[in-house]
Design a protein around this ligand. Sequence first.
Ligand SMILES: Cc1cc2nc3c(=O)[nH]c(=O)nc-3n(C[C@H](O)[C@H](O)[C@H](O)COP(=O)(O)OP(=O)(O)OC[C@H]3O[C@@H](n4cnc5c(N)ncnc54)[C@H](O)[C@@H]3O)c2cc1C
Length: 306
Amino acid sequence: MSTAAPEAPARTVPFEFFDTHVVRTRRLGPTMLRITFGGEALRHFTSGGRDQRFKLFLPHPGQDAPVVPTDAGDAWFTVWRSMDPSVRGIMRSYTVREQRRFPQHELDIDFALHGVGDPADAAAAGFVPAGPASRWAATARPGDRVTILGPTVDDNGGVDFRPAPGTDWVLISGDETALPAVAGILEWLPAGTPAKVWLEVPHAEDIQTLPTAADADITWLVRDNTTDPRTDFHLASVASAQLPDGTPYAWIAGEAGTVKALRRHLVGERGFDRKRVKFTGYWRMDTTEEQLVEEAVAAAAGATSE
Ligand SMILES: Cc1cc2nc3c(=O)[nH]c(=O)nc-3n(C[C@H](O)[C@H](O)[C@H](O)COP(=O)(O)OP(=O)(O)OC[C@H]3O[C@@H](n4cnc5c(N)ncnc54)[C@H](O)[C@@H]3O)c2cc1C
């Protein structure tokens, strides 16, 4: 599966490091928190829109700013990996929700909080404590410093939503971690593009209004409304849908197990051309992003030695 999480974007993509800080935060619902970053350093940050991804480096508790080898050039990933994990910046993958140049250089990132908040949840079976990014976001304050590894030109390798020529309609599916990307894709789609969209969120209050000129049919899947496992719930809705005629392009992102099941359904049962299905595990149940990175490094090393 394509997992953008562990990919180490080379600075030649072209990506650069940007030191930035929190300007303000805003709750969008029980799960989603928008953090706006700002500062003159963002002047050269250039989002390609859609599902523009980038790497975010966070400080450990007690650190003033993340420790990132920004001077190491293209060797930054090797240098970062060789550093003490309790010291080096915590690296995570996120999506640009919106970039503004006026009146100030600002970047919005929408964080899906998990494992934080209601202490009653912590007692529930299957509760997974927050990872460092979710914890950091939940307590972020204006002035808090982070480093971003992001694009400097809009046509860059961190945009994955690229419908192939000849596409008649698009199928889009994501969970709350992919909601910022889906919002960006819907904003970008040309007017009138037929789009069947599934968005899975924990609570009804997480549903957002998503502006688009596309002819979008959006199905919100609220996990509060079901006792079914998340993958079954999502898959059942897609599997029972009547899909438009014509040549599709599909974009799927979210929890890796659900993404895999949806992709298998589209290719195996619906006959989608696998080259027309872009699928990305944005996170995986019971696995931290560090573990995903190490898996990807091991897989790449295995592929090289074969
Ligand atoms: C290309 C890309 C773009 C992404 N864009 C966004 C974005 O814009 N907004 C966003 O919120 N996320 C986004 N994500 C997902 C985000 O990077 C992961 O959720 C990440 O694991 C969060 O880091 P953490 O430190 O909170 O948890 P980790 O330390 O990585 O994981 C700790 C535990 O929490 C679990 N976990 C991780 N995420 C979730 C979750 N959402 N719900 C429940 N359990 C979880 C893990 O399985 C693990 O057991 C994106 C991922 C990719 C690959």
